[in-house]
Design a protein around this ligand. Structure first.
Ligand code: PMV
Length: 306
């Protein structure tokens, strides 16, 4: 018999509302769990000594988790399993999801959290799950802040500061969001390195930009609590400009952001590491014309509830 796994485990996707990049330097961020997450199922293989397989058709993933594999997903998964004293052979894992991969919506955190829960149980202690997820996230992202793993595990809307317990954020009403995939892949580690390089070159200019992003987080949380969507939209757009000042936007994201505002959005910003990934839009009261305008981008509408 291989080391046992639970039959099924789940994790949320995530969208960073405000505070990406500045969170790396100890400032707060606010992020929401997305119901579009990942569900992993485990079945024993025919023989307990066969390598673990992982198939997630929606992400074009079908691989064996072998110790000598160079595939980052295999390496990350083996780190998570090792961290939790889980099995290294004998299981076939299958994932189902409607979360796009590598779009800044927390796909890797959803995978590492769900995998940790296959070993530890869906109701395992959140801190243990987050620690195990981080063992895998380091393979993908270098030294992540931990925000993605925390939101993938805990869900809801959270104010997060690196190294401190995450605080649930009170919502004054439902928060409608539109996520627009740019279709451009990006590397979180490269984007984080770009910010660090600019901070090192221009500390007196960039430090205040990071502080302004932190102020945007707390102003945004206040607007979320009052359900003042116009204020939140304006804060999103200011945050986009500040993030562009950190060198993490791109011509394509800037063009999409301007087009979203022209189509009536209350505000819009890049979300996550930037450079590609998704644009986060706070839509107007009637989102239909905006959704129609961006149909070709396959926009994802979500409503975050109190
Ligand atoms: O990987 P993404 O796109 O979710 O971005 C992570 C957020 C950053 O603040 C850029 C990095 C981090 O570790 O928090």
């Amino acid at each position: 018999m291989p080391i046992p796994l639970f039959e099924r485990a789940e994790a949320c996707g995530k969208v960073i509302l405000l505070g990406e990049h500045s969170v790396v330097y100890g400032h707060p961020a606010v992020a929401a769990g997305l119901p579009q997450g990942l569900c992993l199922h485990a079945e024993p293989r025919a023989r307990p000594d066969l390598p673990i397989t992982l198939a997630i058709p929606q992400w074009d993933l079908d691989l064996e988790l072998r110790a000598d594999s160079e595939h980052p997903v295999a390496r990350a998964c083996l780190e998570v399993l090792g961290h939790c004293d889980g099995p290294v052979t004998g299981w076939a894992l299958r994932g189902t999801t409607c979360l796009p991969a590598r779009a800044g919506l927390g796909s890797s955190a959803a995978l590492t959290v769900a995998l940790a829960r296959l070993v530890l149980g869906q109701d395992a202690d959140l801190d243990d799950v987050v620690e195990a997820s981080l063992a895998g996230e380091r393979v993908f992202h270098g030294e992540p802040s931990g925000l993605d793993s925390r939101v993938a595990a805990q869900g809801g809307v959270l104010r997060f500061v690196r190294g401190a317990p995450a605080e649930p954020v009170a919502l004054g009403g439902p928060l409608p969001l539109v996520l627009l995939p740019s279709g451009i892949p990006r590397s979180t580690a490269t984007q984080v390195a770009k910010v660090r390089a600019r901070l090192e070159r221009r500390p007196t200019i960039i430090r205040p930009v990071l502080s302004a992003l932190a102020a945007a987080v707390d102003a945004g949380i206040d607007a979320i609590g009052r359900h003042d969507l116009d204020a939140l939209g304006e804060i999103f757009s200011v945050a986009h400009a500040l993030l562009a000042g950190l060198d993490v936007s791109s011509a394509a994201l800037d063009a999409l952001q301007a087009a979203a505002l022209a189509a009536g959005a209350r505000g819009a910003k890049l979300t996550g590491a930037g450079g590609g990934g998704c644009l986060l839009i706070l839509p107007p009261a009637d989102p239909a014309p905006l959704l129609a305008e961006f149909r070709v981008h396959a926009p994802l509408s979500v409503e975050v509830h109190p």
